[in-house]
Design a protein around this ligand. Sequence first.
Ligand SMILES: Nc1ncnc2c1ncn2[C@@H]1O[C@H](COP(=O)(O)OP(=O)(O)O)[C@@H](O)[C@H]1O
Ligand SMILES: [Mg+2]
Length: 250
Amino acid sequence: MNTIIRTKNLSKSFNNNYVLRDVSIEIPENSISAIIGQSGTGKSVLIKTITGMLKPDSGEIWFRNKELTALDQNEMFEIRKFFGYSFQNAALFDSMNVGENLAFPLEEVLHIKNRQEIQKRVKEILDWIELPGIQLKRVDELSGGMRKRVGVARSLIMRPEVFFFDEPTTGLDPVLSETINNLIVRVNRELGITCILITHDILAAFRISDKIVFLDQGNIVADGSPAEVAASEHQIVKDFIKISFSELKV
Ligand SMILES: Nc1ncnc2c1ncn2[C@@H]1O[C@H](COP(=O)(O)OP(=O)(O)O)[C@@H](O)[C@H]1O
Ligand SMILES: [Mg+2]
């Protein structure tokens, strides 16, 4: 399988504290890869660095055959059009209705001027996330789950190649979490988009991912298929998995 994103010895520190230390990962194209590990261990910093929101201190980031760490700001801006995001605090614009929120990136980032083309793509994406016809709804009329899906749709409408989900189910009840996990699987299977998922939901990560990267204090301590990571002899990984799976024994 082709590698779509690769990091080589990526390091990042804040105030002389290492947050990422020589992180080298490979993300296979068209896969779902989960990044798991305790809170404050560098997961969000890792994907913010990959997507160019943070600058690494050293190391390389590659997207296909392009070294992102060698690009200037304008070149990186162009590359970011291939990336979609669902971040914890990503907010929709409250002053715009759903349709306007979805049209925004088409107009402002892709510079599409044709109203019909925009309306068609807005309709298509709302149908696809199974919220047809809500173009005129105000954002504050949406439930938490709907808001989350519209947020994902606002990135999907750009037709990204890689989609980054940072804790997409944190704070959602189990039923809504399941809806979002199923949406991630559909984004991957139906649209062929590579998904990179940070999650606290270890059971979901093992269920839906093709690959798991386990991060501990900025170091990769396990990396492989769910079965390989589940069989890891690393004590931190063993403890983490044991605690997570013990929730099953009701
Ligand atoms: N912009 C920043 N400035 C200083 N420290 C930061 C910044 N972003 C993250 N950190 C620190 O880096 C560490 C890892 O954070 P993060 O990647 O957000 O953890 P998580 O694994 O929970 O996503 C934390 O100690 C956090 O406080
Ligand atoms: Mg985080």
